[in-house]
Write a protein that binds this ligand. Structure first.
Ligand code: BGC
Ligand code: BGC
Length: 634
């Protein structure tokens, strides 16, 4: 009898359930655990993963460049991430609104998919939000290492996060925690120091970008505090700064102990600080491409260090695994993914990537467990940072871009990043600080009034720019004019000849010369010289007037032949948009405090030469830096 009732009721109950389900999904309210922010992240990941098809999973692993992205592409291929390559912007001098609209447009494509998984937009904000017009441009890392001030660098991280979020972007490919061991490397300015201890200390920038990881958090788990912070990316794992002769993307020859004690140091602290992602280096370690190095990616980073965020490839990084990039793409995809790379910065030919990876999984060359590991990590970052709850950006932070507060912070960083290498000829009085009141002074040199050079590579465009039309900021010339007494006549002459200088009766001269802008391999240099007319300007000016030479460069350069002619010498690195930080110190409102975070060599044939080396014989040793006292009335 009871059985009879049950049998009659079952279809009824089933019908009722079906009805409820239909009603719930018709008004969109079917309860999906992964959409519930009250559920623990692991529960959300598990729930979402069990709903995902292979195509949806592979889409998550795919990062494409904005120039090939559209809402449609994101939707059709379930793309998990979009990036701006160096200088890749929605429009020249794009406004905050242009940026936010572009990011939201892509995001709407991602959200319109069956599961509505948000994409994550990434950009190289390596010294402030450097691709963006009107952003505050901070000194490059080579200058920040000089400050020895991790708290300052943390503040720079927090300010950068706000400027990046202002444009609707939640993810940055920074910090670069390379330990540059040879300044011939074109990326040496992206490195804080040749000393791993300084690089390690400066990973504090991660806590600024992402926010402070709560005490007691599980080590290795990614963390982003909220909508005013961004996911960060420690790069380039590992050994990027140790390549032979400093050749970019080349081979780092060193034993495992050396790799750990020099190049790995920053990663230990980055992982502990909850860094969300880690980018693989183009370079090789002892002949093995890092993008293929399963032992170091899956073994060391994921298993030993227990890193729980996602690993991202570099730009066409898997393609460059073969001597002719992309010549065996199937091999590249297989090897890179099996090595443990979770997201691939494709960045253009995404159909090729998706096609290859799908085939490799279907034919069991890549196990499903590897795909699941990758997707789990990507989703963990997206859930943790609140991307599911806040996928669409608004304009509420637009006032943050290039704000006065951030420019003041950058100015402070500039002051603290300067290194005073010479102050007065032997037997003479120091020449710095300079008097603000003087009859007539000269400002000369190719870099005195050039914001593009002052900012260096990775500014507005990939390679950087020249001139003053691309960024908003203060050149050194502007800064001198703003700082001196109104009665002081300032003459600006970029390339004065010796006769002119001699006959003009200047009280003193400030000469600003240095390197032109460059990025990545374009910056590799075997001669490390200051290009002409830099040296001629030094000679023409310093020949007949008291001269203060300021060098704008991404690294120590050949300077020894000219030092004797100078009265004072200041290394200013690549200071960014806030030129007033330089005059603050030249004119004594603040003292010089910076200490070299790199060895300044005498001649190129000494390289590589780092502090502690047996053949150490520098022009200025690591840690060197003269000081001055601030002056009250000037
Ligand atoms: C992109 C950069 C990228 C580089 C890699 C350039 O075209 O703009 O973002 O780093 O290629 O080679
Ligand atoms: C660089 C990375 C950068 C990426 C995206 C690569 O060429 O090596 O540092 O994050 O391009 O622009």
């Amino acid at each position: 009898m009871a059985g009879e009732i049950l049998r009659r009721r079952v279809p009824f109950v089933a019908l009722l359930l079906l009805l409820c389900f239909w009603a719930a999904s018709a008004n969109g309210s079917e309860y999906m655990k992964y959409k519930d922010p009250k559920q623990p992240v692991n529960v959300r990941i598990k729930d979402l993963m069990k709903r995902m098809t292979l195509a949806e999973k592979i889409g998550q692993m795919t990062q494409i460049e904005r120039s090939v992205a559209s809402a449609d592409v994101l939707k059709s291929y379930f793309i998990g991430s979009v990036l701006s390559g160096g200088g890749s912007v929605p429009a020249t001098n794009a406004s905050v609104e242009n940026w936010v609209n572009m990011v939201n447009e892509f995001q709407r494509g991602a959200l319109s998919t069956r599961l509505g998984i948000p994409m994550i937009y990434g950009i190289d904000a390596v010294h402030g939000h450097n691709n963006v017009y009107k952003a505050t441009v901070f000194p490059h890392n080579v200058g920040l290492g000089v400050t020895r001030d991790p708290q300052l660098v943390k503040k720079i991280g927090a300010a950068t996060a706000l400027e990046v979020r202002a444009t609707g972007i939640p993810y940055v490919f920074a910090p670069c925690i390379a330990v540059c061991r040879d300044p011939r490397w074109g990326r040496c300015y992206e490195s804080y120091s040749e000393d791993p201890a300084i690089v390690k200390a400066m990973t504090e920038i991660i806590s600024g970008l992402q926010g402070d990881i709560p005490p007691g958090s599980r080590k290795g788990v990614p963390f982003v505090a909220g909508k005013q912070n961004v996911a960060s990316c420690a790069k380039h794992y590992v050994g990027d700064g140790g390549t032979t002769k400093g050749i970019n993307e080349n081979n780092t020859v060193i034993d495992f102990h050396g790799l750990l004690s020099i190049h790995m140091q920053g990663y230990f602290s980055a992982v502990i600080k909850g860094v969300s992602t880690i980018m693989i280096s183009f370079s090789s370690w002892n002949g093995v491409k890092m993008h293929a190095n399963r032992d170091l990616i899956t073994g060391f980073l994921k298993h030993n260090l227990r890193f729980r965020g996602f690993v991202i490839s570099d730009w066409q990084g898997i393609d460059r695994m073969t001597p002719i990039p992309g010549s065996n793409y199937t091999y590249s995809v297989e090897t890179g993914v099996l090595a443990g790379i979770d997201m691939i910065m494709v960045p253009y030919n995404y159909t090729d990537f998706i096609g290859n990876l799908t085939m490799l999984v279907n034919k069991n060359f890549i196990p499903m467990s590897r795909i699941d590991d990758a997707v789990k990590r990507i989703l963990r970052v997206k859930f943790t940072m609140g991307l599911f709850e806040n996928p669409i950006a608004d304009l509420s932070l637009s006032h943050q871009l290039g704000s006065q507060e951030h420019r003041d912070l950058a100015r402070e960083a500039v002051r603290k990043s300067l290194v005073l290498l010479k102050n007065g000829k032997p037997g003479y009085e120091p020449v710095l600080p300079l008097p603000k009141k003087a009859a007539k002074i000269l400002v000369a040199g190719t870099h005195a009034h050039n914001l593009g050079y002052q900012c260096g590579g990775w500014t507005i465009t990939w390679q950087g720019t020249s001139g003053n039309n691309n960024s908003v900021g203060t050149t050194i010339l502007d800064a001198v004019r703003k700082t001196v007494d109104p009665s002081t006549e300032v003459v600006y002459y970029e390339e004065p000849d010796a006769g002119y200088v001699e006959s003009s009766k200047f009280s003193y001269a400030i000469v600003v010369v240095g390197e032109h802008s460059y990025a990545e391999s374009y910056g590799d240099s075997m001669n490390m010289s200051i290009p002409e007319p830099g040296p001629s300007i030094i000679k023409n000016v310093c020949g007949s007037v008291k001269c203060i030479v300021v060098i704008i460069s991404g690294r120590p350069v050949v300077i020894e032949p000219y030092v004797a002619q100078m009265d004072a010498l200041v290394a200013a690195w690549l200071p960014g948009t806030e030129g007033l930080g330089i005059t603050d110190v030249l004119f004594g409102d603040y003292g010089f405090t910076g200490k070299l975070a790199r060895t300044w060599f005498k001649t190129v044939d000494q390289l590589p030469m780092n502090v502690g080396d047996p053949h150490y014989d520098p022009l200025y040793p690591f840690g060197f830096g003269l000081t001055t006292d601030p002056v009250k009335e000037n």
